[in-house]
Design a binder for this molecule. Sequence first.
Ligand code: HEM
Ligand SMILES: *[C@@H]1O[C@H](CO)[C@@H](O)[C@H](O)[C@H]1NC(C)=O
Ligand SMILES: *[C@@H]1O[C@H](CO)[C@@H](O)[C@H](O)[C@H]1NC(C)=O
Length: 330
Amino acid sequence: MALSTVNFAVLLVLTLTSLCAGTSGPGAYLYPQFYQHSCPRAQDIVRSVVAKAVAKETRMAASLLRLHFHDCFVKGCDASLLLDSSGSIVSEKGSNPNKNSARGFEVIDEIKSALEKECPQTVSCADILALAARDSTVLVGGPNWEVPLGRRDSLSASLSGSNNDIPAPNNTLQTITTKFKRQGLDIVDLVALSGSHTIGLSRCTSFRQRLYNQTGNGVADSTLEEAYAWQLRSRCPRSGGDDNLFSLDRVTPTKFDNNYYKNVVAGKGLLNSDQVLLTQSLETMALVKQYAENTDLFFDHFAKSMVKMGNTSPLTGAKGEIRKNCRKTN
Ligand code: HEM
Ligand SMILES: *[C@@H]1O[C@H](CO)[C@@H](O)[C@H](O)[C@H]1NC(C)=O
Ligand SMILES: *[C@@H]1O[C@H](CO)[C@@H](O)[C@H](O)[C@H]1NC(C)=O
């Protein structure tokens, strides 16, 4: 009896805590049916614009998936990434990870204007990013998942947050792990979400250091497979060619599958941050090998980790707003 009373008390406290934590806690008040009554066609509209954009250019699936990541890692998933500079706002689009790199903003604009026609000032830009990331993944062969909704849009941006909180490709595994932890994301999330690099492209400038001067002693990264390194050097010279593009997954660059992990196992991960998952910790190495062997496991973990990433510090309730135009506050 005493035990069940204690259990009941614990349950009550947990329930109250989660209700009260509503405006800031992870996952607070987000649920897939959020627009069921206020904008029943919202998800269809997002999907159809994304499908059209990806049909026109396959890479757009990758670019849209990445936008959700770069949004969520900076002050939570609040569409701060989408704001252009104006007044006191300094756009995150100019940060090191985003400059000459983040793309797909016009597609988000197109989704937003279609939604404004259907149901004015109802669907947030932050939710559009979360839905577009899911739809993009599905369109190129990846797993499906239900997207919790109800995020609101920020009134500000953080350039310093974008520079500091998004991992850099030459960060150590330790630093990358710390940056994920800051978002409430663990090692499984890190390894599973890095599997996003099964699609999309990288510029030469993002991995050149590995090819020529990994640690400042004029020597290439020894964990990079030799023949692959030679191949990369031909279009990524010591200087120049910064914006030359390379597939993050050399085998099936436009298909969402587990070849990314097979590449990493073979020493053919493109970014240093990809390869260190194999070489700098036994725990991440074990996950890389499991995902390389088991697509279902990768897809299952990826979907769960995307929901988890999408739940980081959403603005809900009275906080934030529903922007009319994703590029500026109302
Ligand atoms: C683990 C730490 C990560 C690092 C250091 C990292 C770094 C990078 C870099 C340097 C690029 C190439 C950018 C360029 O050269 O223009 C890139 C591309 C990309 N990243 Fe990541 N990334 C990480 C995690 C993630 C996560 C968690 C996601 C999604 C959930 C993601 C999705 C993508 C996609 C899809 C692309 C290709 C984009 C395109 O083709 O437009 N990345 N990443
Ligand atoms: C990582 O790359 C940046 C930008 O190219 C560079 O400034 C920095 O020195 C590099 N860090 C390390 C540890 O190599
Ligand atoms: C490698 O980088 C270090 C410092 O990062 C620099 O002093 C050195 O000149 C570079 N060596 C070569 C061969 O580029």
